[in-house]
Write a protein that binds this ligand. Structure first.
Ligand SMILES: NC(=O)C1=CN([C@@H]2O[C@H](COP(=O)(O)OP(=O)(O)OC[C@H]3O[C@@H](n4cnc5c(N)ncnc54)[C@H](OP(=O)(O)O)[C@@H]3O)[C@@H](O)[C@H]2O)C=CC1
Ligand SMILES: CC(=O)[C@H](N)C(=O)O
Length: 252
């Protein structure tokens, strides 16, 4: 059985991956979709061109992994693609968020880093020649971001982990792509709060376009997928400019 697994499938870019995957991969038997909101997953499954298997649960708790591991052992599928899209952010200074929502920042690390790593480790034995791992990092991975500090740090982890894992797996014919978009119009900002920099509103991208570009880059075995000229500029800027200067710019 050939499958794709997508976390964070109930909204935003995860959902978009589930919608677009059948057009890029014509031979998928099932897509396994993961998130907490079961009703959203059910609605997605209903409209899907490929049968979807729903795994509703919290990736910061153990139960969902047990269900998934059990299903993997039963089916021994060929995982053609794992998409780690579940994630969230919180806008604001570290101290203020800690006061307002004491556990939010460590929960962010749990989901954005720990859960993504755990999902990858669980799926690794089922990846075969030509399989792909797609990790949703962010342009926030390129440089530390005051007022988005923990979030940007988690995304630096995702980018670093993805690149190193990709280097390890390349000789086995398995490819890893870190997707690094700038701001994308999804439910993300309902959870994170308003963006700290007004210019980010001006470069807001559409999720379907970001995901289409990501899937094209995945096909090309690209290590990093960056959507849009503005974020390509940001990537280059973060390589050329001292991060202190960029942080000053971001703080103003
Ligand atoms: N939007 C943006 O500007 C950008 C986003 N990203 C990254 O892209 C990824 C997708 O974000 P996006 O689509 O924008 O955001 P959304 O908020 O639309 O999607 C987040 C997804 O994660 C799921 N999720 C959240 N918490 C948990 C949890 N504890 N257990 C299981 N699933 C969970 C949500 O489902 P549910 O609530 O049903 O559990 C939802 O499906 C994230 O990693 C984000 O950091 C990267 C760059 C830019
Ligand atoms: C939310 C994001 O990850 C985005 N790249 C941003 O920096 O706003």
């Amino acid at each position: 059985m050939r499958i794709a697994i997508v976390t964070g499938a109930s909204s935003g870019m995860g959902r978009e991956f589930v919608r677009q995957l059948p057009y890029f991969y014509h031979n998928l038997d099932e897509i396994w979709i993961i998130a907490r909101r079961e009703e959203k997953l059910a609605a997605l499954a209903q409209g899907s061109a490929v049968p979807c298997r729903i795994f509703a649960g919290d990736l910061c708790k153990g139960e969902i992994y047990q269900k998934l591991e059990h299903a993997l052992k039963e089916e021994t599928p060929d995982i053609r693609m794992l998409v780690n899209a579940a994630g969230f952010g919180k806008v604001g200074e570290v101290k203020k968020i800690a006061h307002r929502e004491p556990s939010a920042q460590t929960a962010m690390i749990d989901l954005n880093c720990r859960a993504l790593t755990r999902m990858t480790l669980i799926c690794l034995p089922y990846l075969r020649l030509g399989s792909r791992v797609v990790n949703l990092a962010s342009a926030a991975a390129f440089c530390p971001q005051p007022s988005f500090a923990v979030y940007a740090a988690t995304k630096s982890y995702v980018l670093s982990f993805s690149r190193a894992l990709g280097a390890e797996l390349k000789r086995t014919g398995i490819y890893v792509t870190a997707v690094c978009p700038g701001p994308v119009a999804t439910e993300f900002f309902d959870v994170s709060g308003k963006l700290p920099n007004k210019w980010k509103d001006a470069v807001m991208a559409k999720p379907d376009r970001v995901v289409k570009k990501a899937l094209l880059d995945v096909r090309k075995k690209k290590e990093i997928s960056v959507y849009g000229i503005a974020m390509k500029g940001a990537e280059l800027g973060a390589k050329l400019m001292p991060h202190r200067v960029i942080m000053d710019l971001l703080s103003n």
